[in-house]
Design a protein around this ligand. Structure first.
Ligand code: SF4
Length: 424
């Protein structure tokens, strides 16, 4: 989401006479777009602010904080961290004015606005060299998972208009982009009513896929309670909708899921997985998992490992629970698993996932995939880097291809993270 928001800020600033530069040493203004989802993410930003303050003392610099940390910490960033501009997620239209006025005194704009979708602003694509792009289709979230700050920092859920999304995707395709990821905190609850009809996510992704068969479409993130049978059918029926579903599990224990306020049980989650696998047999499935959530017993943790083994995830993002201030969990439950135990469980999880990813990649040896060329491999000048529809990284020999082309690649070897092949 932050990539897309940075693009919105980029457009607003360039429209107001600002210029993008490639290096901090050339900048008069540095804006950090931040995330508050984990304590570690905030610590990194605070360290970066310290570094920027050192530069500021030497030659003058305007430091701005955007995104979730701006909403969460507000004026505290000015008072205690020497920040000049604090601009929350719904205030970006005023960012240029805020920067100009901050020369006189620091400014914090953090009022949430449930109507703001930045309609009419096409996000600047910061990496113009790429063939993959992100398009935000909605803002905010109202699920209130008990561990999560997003509903407080990003406000109420609202969907962008179908017209603005399609126009943006068409424009990206015409500029040479060949893969678009539709983004939202929970894309499955996308709904837009234009006065005549309501478009849901299944309708929307179909329309994006129909722009051109050469345009690949991905999406993130799905909420297990909302992913619909109709969406699964649509993914199966369009070649250019990628066969990769990211379905965050968070925990394999229904008791923990209840405390997390995830609104599905382990059994309901596994039913959705069964439906996906039956309808899209070549679909890769990835997930997010939190270990050591409040009250997670060894039995709860074992249930998470068990779900991982049943689903055989292709890859997973795994984290130790980090309590965030003001969330429901912080108010209601004790953060009672020691850091040592959280880390022990996390290591066990990572080891299991490495084995599952390795097994999944080994099953791909001998198969032929259509791989979209993204760039030259960073490790070797005579290899190309791309991804297959399943979102797996494929490294293969340089042929007569350019970025955005599709190559047929036979998989010959793998590690747990990468497939290696040769073009046919
Ligand atoms: S769905 Fe839950 S975890 Fe995801 S952004 Fe919304 S509240 Fe946070």
């Amino acid at each position: 989401m932050n990539v897309s928001d940075s693009g919105i800020v980029g457009t607003i600033l360039t429209d107001n006479g600002f210029q993008l530069v490639n290096d901090t040493s050339e900048a008069d203004v540095v804006l950090l777009n931040t995330c508050s989802i984990r304590d570690n993410a905030e610590k990194k930003v605070k360290n970066r602010i310290q570094e920027l303050n050192t530069i500021k003392k030497k030659r003058g610099l305007i430091i701005g904080i955007l995104g979730c940390m701006a909403e969460r910490l507000k004026e505290d960033l000015i008072t205690n961290y020497g920040v000049d501009v604090v601009c929350g997620v719904d205030s970006y239209r005023k960012i240029a004015e805020a920067i100009n006025n901050s020369i006189d005194s620091s400014i914090a704009l953090t009022v949430l606005n449930s109507q703001e979708t930045y309609e009419g602003i096409t996000p600047l694509q910061i990496n113009t060299d790429a063939v993959t792009a992100f398009v935000s289709i909605m803002r905010g979230c109202e699920n209130f998972c008990s561990y999560c700050v997003v509903p407080y920092t990003r406000g109420r859920e609202r969907s962008h208009s179908v017209k603005s999304i399609i126009t943006q995707c068409e424009d990206l395709f015409s500029k040479g982009y060949r893969e678009i990821t539709l983004l939202g905190q929970n894309v499955n609850s996308y709904r837009f009513n234009d006065g005549e009809r309501t478009t849901d996510f299944a309708d929307l992704i179909k329309q994006v896929a129909e722009i051109n068969p050469l345009l690949r479409v991905r999406f993130a993130t799905s909420h297990p309670k909302d992913i619909s049978d109709r969406l699964i059918d649509v993914i199966a029926s369009y070649n250019n909708i990628c066969k990769a579903v990211h379905l965050p599990l968070q925990s394999g224990s229904s008791d923990v899921l209840k405390r997390m306020n995830r609104k599905y049980t382990r059994e309901e989650y596994l039913e959705k997985i069964k439906r996906i696998k039956a309808t899209i047999p070549d679909c890769s499935i990835s997930t997010d998992i939190i270990v050591g959530f409040c009250g997670e017993t060894p039995e709860d943790f074992e249930q998470t490992l068990e779900v991982m083994r049943i689903v055989e995830y292709d890859y997973a993002f795994m984290f130790a629970y980090s309590q965030r201030p003001d969330t429901l969990a912080a108010k209601k439950y004790a953060d009672d698993i020691s850091l040592q135990e959280k880390n022990r469980r996390l290591t066990q999880l990572i080891n299991l996932q490495r084995d599952l990813s390795m097994a999944s990649n080994r099953r791909d040896i001998g198969k032929v995939y259509e791989v979209m060329v993204e760039e030259q491999s960073k490790r070797s000048a005579d290899k190309l880097f791309g991804r297959n529809s399943q979102n797996k990284v494929v490294i293969f020999d340089v042929g007569d291809f350019k970025k955005g082309d599709y190559a047929k690649v036979k998989i010959l070897d793998c590690t747990s993270a990468t497939l290696f092949g040769k073009t046919l």
